[in-house]
Design a protein around this ligand. Structure first.
Ligand SMILES: Nc1ncnc2c1ncn2[C@@H]1O[C@H](COP(=O)(O)OP(=O)(O)OP(=O)(O)O)[C@@H](O)[C@H]1O
Ligand SMILES: [Mg+2]
Length: 358
C-alpha cells in the first residue's frame, strides 16, 4: 500500500484544448505533510491547487484523498480548506462571522459554531478581534482571519496560494513562523504555493518544483538544493555555477570546459560518455587561503570583476580564464576585495553535482 494521502495521478489541465497548463503530473502527498509547490509565474501551481480544491476540473487524470476518488466531486463535498493571497474576506461581516461562514455552509449546530470560531481565532492569535471588520485590521491580521476561516471546519487538507505574497518582509517572516507553528499544532496536511524559493526552503517538508506545467522534482528542500534533478531546478533554486565536463578516457580525470583537468569524485559512474553539467554552488567555491592545492579537486585563478556585499557575505562575480564564476565568501574577511584582484579559489570533489547533458 502506498503512503500517499493526497494523490495526483497523471493530472492534465488544458484551458484551451491546445496547451497544457498542467502537463501530466504525479504527486503523492503524505498525511500531515507540508508540501510546497514552487515554480515561476505561469508554471501551473495555482491550476494544480484549484483542481485539488475542485474549482477546476482536470482534463484527464485522477485526484484521490485518503483512498477516495475526488476527481469529479464538487468543492463543497471535499473537506478541503483554501486560503488565497488576496484574503477574500467578506467586508460586510465581522471577523467572527467570516470565520463562522464555512461552518454555517456545512450546517454545523449553532452551539458548536461559537466555540469553534473562538478556538480558530485563538489559534491564529486573534481572539480579541472577533467583533472587528476586515477593514479595521492590518494585512497580516486579515491573512490570519483567512487562515482561521480555512481551518475552522477541520479540513483534511489546507491549500494556501501565496498567502503571504502581499505582506512586507518582516510580517512575512513572522507569518511563516506562525504558519509552521499552526501546522505543528493542528497536524494538518498543507499544500502551499509560492514562487519565493527561500520561503519554500525554510517551511517545507518537501518541495515540488514546477516548470511549464511539468514537475521537475519533488524532494526535501536540501535535496532540491544540493542534488537538483535537472538543470532547471539547479538554476531556479539558489545561486549557481554551471560548468561543462567530460571524462578523459585516457587519464580518467574530469575535463572542465575552459578550465582543464580536475580530480574526479569517487563515484565516477555519474559522468557518462555524453558529458555532464557540473553544478557548484557559489558558497562551495572557497579562497584557498594558502592551503596546498592537493586539498582541492581543482584550483582556479578568479579575476574579480564585481561584487555584491550582503554584509555577512560577499558575492564575488568574475572569471577564471573565460569561464564566468560566482563565489560567495565571508563578509568579514573579503568585504574589501577590489575589482581586478586575482584570488585563487578551489573546490573539492564533493562540491560538484553532476547532471547528465540533455
Ligand atoms: N482560468 C484560466 N483560463 C485560461 N488560462 C488560464 C487560466 N488560469 C491559468 N491559465 C493559464 O495556465 C497557465 C498556468 O497558470 P497558473 O495560474 O496555474 O500559474 P502559476 O504557477 O500559479 O503562476 P503565478 O506564480 O503567476 O501565480 C498559465 O499559462 C496561465 O495563463
Ligand atoms: Mg498562481
Amino acid at each position: 500500500m502506498s503512503a500517499a494521502y493526497l494523490l495526483l495521478r497523471n493530472v492534465v489541465k488544458s484551458y484551451d484544448g491546445r496547451v497544457n497548463a498542467v502537463d501530466d503530473i504525479d504527486i503523492e502527498i503524505r498525511r500531515g505533510e507540508f508540501i510546497t509547490l514552487l515554480g515561476p509565474s505561469g508554471s501551473g501551481k495555482t491550476t494544480t491547487l484549484m483542481m485539488v480544491a475542485g474549482f477546476e476540473n482536470p482534463t484527464s487524470g485522477t485526484i484521490e484523498l485518503d483512498g477516495k476518488n475526488l476527481t469529479r466531486q464538487k468543492p463543497y463535498h471535499r473537506n478541503i480548506g483554501v486560503v488565497f493571497q488576496n484574503y477574500a474576506l467578506f467586508p460586510h461581516m465581522t471577523v467572527a462571522r467570516n470565520v463562522a461562514f464555512p461552518l454555517k455552509m456545512r450546517g454545523t449546530p449553532k452551539q458548536d459554531v461559537a466555540r469553534r470560531v473562538a478556538e480558530a481565532l485563538d489559534l491564529v492569535g486573534l481572539g480579541k478581534f472577533a467583533e472587528r471588520y476586515p477593514r479595521e485590521l492590518s494585512g497580516g491580521q486579515q491573512q490570519r482571519v483567512a487562515l482561521a476561516r480555512g481551518l475552522v471546519f477541520r479540513p483534511d487538507v489546507l491549500l494556501l496560494d501565496e498567502p503571504l505574497g502581499a505582506l512586507d518582509k518582516n510580517l512575512r517572516e513572522q507569518m511563516q513562523v506562525e504558519l509552521k507553528r499552526i501546522h505543528r499544532e493542528v497536524g494538518i496536511t498543507m499544500v502551499y504555493v509560492t514562487h519565493d524559493q527561500t520561503e519554500a526552503m525554510t517551511m517545507s517538508d518537501r518541495v515540488a518544483v514546477f516548470n511549464s506545467g511539468k514537475l521537475e522534482q519533488v524532494a526535501p528542500p536540501l535535496e532540491v538544493y544540493h542534488r537538483p534533478a535537472t538543470r532547471f531546478v539547479g538554476e531556479f533554486i539558489g545561486d549557481s555555477n554551471f560548468l561543462e565536463g567530460r571524462l578523459d578516457a585516457g587519464t580518467g580525470s574530469l575535463v572542465l570546459e575552459g578550465l582543464g583537468e580536475a580530480c574526479m569524485p569517487a563515484a565516477r559512474g555519474a559522468v557518462g560518455s555524453g558529458g555532464v553539467h557540473v553544478l557548484i554552488r557559489p558558497e562551495r567555491l572557497r579562497p584557498i587561503d594558502g592551503q596546498p592545492a592537493e586539498k582541492f579537486a581543482k584550483v582556479v585563478e578568479l579575476v574579480v570583476e564585481g561584487s555584491v556585499n550582503y554584509g555577512d557575505s560577499v558575492l564575488l562575480i568574475g572569471k577564471a580564464g573565460n569561464v564566468p564564476l560566482r563565489v560567495r565568501v565571508s563578509g568579514a574577511q573579503y568585504g574589501a576585495v577590489q575589482e581586478g584582484t586575482t584570488l585563487p579559489v578551489g573546490w573539492t570533489a564533493d562540491d560538484m553535482h553532476f547532471l547528465p547533458r540533455a
